[in-house]
Ligand binder design. Sequence first.
Ligand code: ACO
Length: 321
Amino acid sequence: MLRSVIKGSGSALPKRVVTNDELASQIDTSDEWIVERTGISQRHIAGEDETTSTLATDAALAALADAGIDAKSIELIVLATATPDNTFPATATKVQHAIGCDGGIAFDVAAVCSGFLYALATADSMLRSGMAKRALVIGAETFSRILDWEDRGTCVLFGDGAGAVVLEAVESEEDGPGVLTTRLHADGEQHDLLYVDGGPSTTGTVGHVRMKGREVFRHAVVNLTDVLNEVLEDMNLSGDAIDWVVPHQANARILDATARKLGIAPEKVVVTVDQHANTSAASVPLAFDVARKDGRIKAGDLVMFEAMGGGFTWGASLVRM
Ligand code: ACO
C-alpha cells in the first residue's frame, strides 16, 4: 500500500531565550507560579530579523538535510501557522522560494495549536492520492507577536519556533513505516474560550490572544483522551503498544493528565514545554525533532502525535517510523 513515510525532520528556534525570571521582572508573575501551573521554565522569542517564514525556512532546510533530499524534488509544502508573515500570500510560498524549490504546490493551513496535525493529514492524503511524491510539512509560529504582554494569564505561556518533516509516498508493507491513521475534529461553538481579538475582516488589526485558561484545560484533557482512543481503536491497539507520544506542548499538567487517562507511561511522553513553552503549530514537529535527534525515537517505533487548539480544533495521528 502507498504510505506517507517520514524521511527526515528539522527544527529552528529564535536566538533569544526569555526565562521566567526575566518575565517576572516585567509583569506581576513568578518563576514558581509559572513552573508549578505549566511546567514552563523558558521560551524563545523572535527578534526583529526573525519571522515565521525565516524560522520555517531554517526548519525546512534542516529537515531536507536530515533526509538527504534536494529542495527541488519537493512537490508540496503545507505550512501550519496562526502567525503568518503577511495576511497573504501564504507563508508556505515564501518558504518555497527561500529553500530554492521552484515548482509544485504550497499553501498554509490554519488550525492553531493542532495545525501540524491538520497539515500532516492534508499532505498525507495528497501524497496517497498521487498529487505529489515528496512533501514538506511545517509548523511555524511567532506567537510573541500576537500576545498581550500585559496579560499575565496568557503571555507567560507561549514561545516562538518551527519544526518540519519531509514526507515521501512509498510502497509500504502492512507493518512497514508511514502514517497509519489520523483523526481530526473541530468544534466552532467553543470559539470564545480561545481566540485572537482581531483580524483583517473584523478589526483590520492583528489582535491579541484571549483565553479562558481553566475551561480550555478541561476541554483539552477530555478531547485529547477521546481522539487518542479513536486512533488506538482504528488500529486495534492499546496504549501500551505506543513507543512514543509526541503531544502538543501546551502545559505539563495537560500532558500528564492525558497520558494517565490512557495508561501511557509518563517516560514515553516527549516533553519540551519546559524549554520551548507553547509554540502552537510548531510544538509537535519541534518536540519530534528533539526526540529523533537525541536518539529516543528510532526506526520501527510507533509514534503518536496529538494536539488541541483554538477553534476548538484537535486531532491525533499514529505513525510508524
Ligand atoms: N502569574 C501569577 N499569577 C497568575 C498568572 C501568572 N502568570 N496568571 C494568572 N494568575 C493568577 C490569576 O489571576 C488567579 O488569581 P486569583 O485566584 O487571585 O484570581 C490565579 O492565578 C489562578 O488563575 P487560573 O487562571 O484559575 O489558574 P489555573 O490554575 O487555571 O492556571 C493556566 C492557568 C496555566 C492558564 C491553566 O488554566 C492552563 O494551562 N490552561 C490551559 C490553557 C492552555 O494550555 N492553552 C494553550 C492553548 S490550548 C492548548 O494548547 C490545549
